[in-house]
Design a binder for this molecule. Structure first.
Ligand SMILES: [Zn+2]
Ligand SMILES: [Zn+2]
Length: 251
């Protein structure tokens, strides 16, 4: 991601430059009001990212029709029997959220990932506190991909969330067993088959019935998170809640 010179200087801590070069929005580059709660986003972009998506499936985070008072599960979750128990997301994977997630994938400065972590805590912090999470585990990235991209966004977000919640962050607990084919372009059943056996729990970890917060950037079919939840539960986890930035609507 290309950072403007002023944003780059602000990141280095030159706060006195605010007077000469007011910080600009990470997304639309509009000047940020000095009274803003956030020094990376303008109020319009913040409001858009924090908007409510409406009712969603408790299990996978997909949007569902509005039915008053009911905790809904979508037909796909009832049919697929995914292994995770619940999903929290910042919002639907479209518009501004989608643009910023795509930027985050190659953001070696980790600025976008940290910004998403702050927004997630602001929007879903109460839900997370009520869930009694024991630890935070990010979905790992294949080593060659990590080398190319220079950063693993779920790890950036997981680290910030764990620190703010006062929980342990285990970025090396899950490992990629092999460099599998990418999920992109595969059918829904193909995605579930493709990830089978791809992840494993690293040696040296003992899971004594923890409730794990599993962090990923985007949830599409849920195949990767379901496979991670399956092996975490096989190793002793009692509950797995998925936390993602964006939830696609086409799965
Ligand atoms: Zn903006
Ligand atoms: Zn669902």
């Amino acid at each position: 991601m290309q950072l403007s010179t002023t944003n780059w200087l602000h990141r280095l801590g030159y706060r006195s430059l605010d007077l000469l070069f007011p910080p600009s929005c990470l997304s639309c580059e509009a000047e940020i009001d000095q009274t803003s709660l956030d020094d990376t986003l303008c109020s319009d972009c913040r409001d858009e990212l924090l908007a409510s998506p409406g009712p969603v499936c408790q299990r996978c985070g997909a949007r569902v029709p509005e039915v008053s008072g009911a905790a809904l599960t979508c037909p796909r979750c009832e049919a697929d029997k995914v292994h995770f128990d619940a999903t929290l997301s910042l919002g639907p994977y479209d518009g501004l959220l989608r643009d910023l997630i795509l930027r985050m994938k190659n953001d070696r400065s980790e600025q976008v990932g940290r910004m998403f972590a702050r927004l997630i805590l602001e929007k879903r912090g109460d839900d997370l506190q009520q869930m009694s999470i024991d630890c935070v585990v990010p979905i790992p990235m294949a080593p060659w991909r990590r080398l190319v991209r220079g950063t693993n966004p779920p790890e950036v977000i997981g680290r910030q969330i764990a620190a703010k919640m006062g929980r342990s962050h285990f970025p090396h607990l899950l490992r990629c067993r092999r460099n599998s084919l990418p999920q992109h372009g595969l059918s829904r059943p193909g995605r579930f088959r493709n990830v089978r056996g791809q992840l494993h729990v690293a040696r040296g970890y003992s899971l004594e019935s923890p409730h794990i917060l599993l962090v990923d950037d985007v949830l599409t079919t849920g195949a990767t998170c379901s496979e991670a939840a399956r092996i975490l539960k096989k190793q002793g986890a009692s509950r797995v809640t998925v936390l993602v930035v964006g939830r696609t609507s086409d799965a």
